[in-house]
Design a protein around this ligand. Sequence first.
Ligand SMILES: [Zn+2]
Length: 353
Amino acid sequence: MAGLKKTIIRGGLETLYFSGMHQILRPLVGGVGAILTLHHVRPPRAEAFQPNRLLEVTPLFLEGLLRRLRRSRVDVISLDEMHQRMVSGNFKRRFVCLTFDDGYRDVLRWAYPLLKKYETPFALYIPTSFPDRLGELWWLALEAVIANNNRIGLVVNGKDRFFDCGSVKEKRELYDEIYGWLRSMKTEEELRRVVRDLCACHGVDIASFCRDLCMSWEEIGQLAADPLVTIGAHTVNHFMLKKVPSDATVRAEMEMSRAVIEAALCIRPQHLSYPVGDPTSAGPREFRIATELGFKTAVTTRPGVLFKVHREHLTALPRISVNGEFQSQRYLKVLMSGAATAMWNGFRRVNAA
Ligand SMILES: [Zn+2]
């Protein structure tokens, strides 16, 4: 997310909170429930350069959230229960689902004991190449390349270019610039090729992130054995599916991930999360294919709470991102009220285009 947009959101949320407007809007936009997105849960780190910090929250913050949910009149439910309530029209009580994308080991170490303590059901969406140790966590590899070097070389449009990144400020700016450039590429193959080359030239082992940070099949199996846990699919290779030219490949990414999880854990995933999940990564074609493959639900990262009408769009569900840049319970209260995302969506209830 660009710095400016982030500032606007932060500013907007503060305004909403202090004006109390979200309380007024609540009956209008509060919806019937919400699905929260989390990634890493781990203690804060000291480094000044942490461009991916938005993907992590601290155990302390998570515990605050779980305590708040416990005290509220909102039901914390599994994805199956959410699906059941949506299709049967059971909207007597508002609900929240907790979902963790990518299967990081810190979820097992730091989040799971807390989720267990508060008896909170949650879902893990697993890209099968991660426990298969073939995953490329390119956004972390890019972070390491910039963190470990004071100057990096890059071929842009066929020309060699060099960037100084000795200071934290330069590192942040360079990360944003390269990240934006990579995300604007037409295919993810191009993106991966650039990051692989960067890693090869700057002494970063791209395979190490998957090995060091992601759960093994054995670890996922430990969690999967707990009735609190739902295992969902998150494709095989974690590609931005909308950028994949062939429908057959998109279908295979979804179908294969379900088959691999079933083979590894004897659990057939009924729920799917689209990698990255924003409008540049998942669109109508992906929603249709997920429906055709029989997934009960599929989630995006488009911001929003759930409305009754989402039962017609169960493979294009919005979520609320629990963003590490906004680790204040106050932000979360506003986000879950639906007011902030309603403003973001211009008061459109369904955004499935
Ligand atoms: Zn993911």
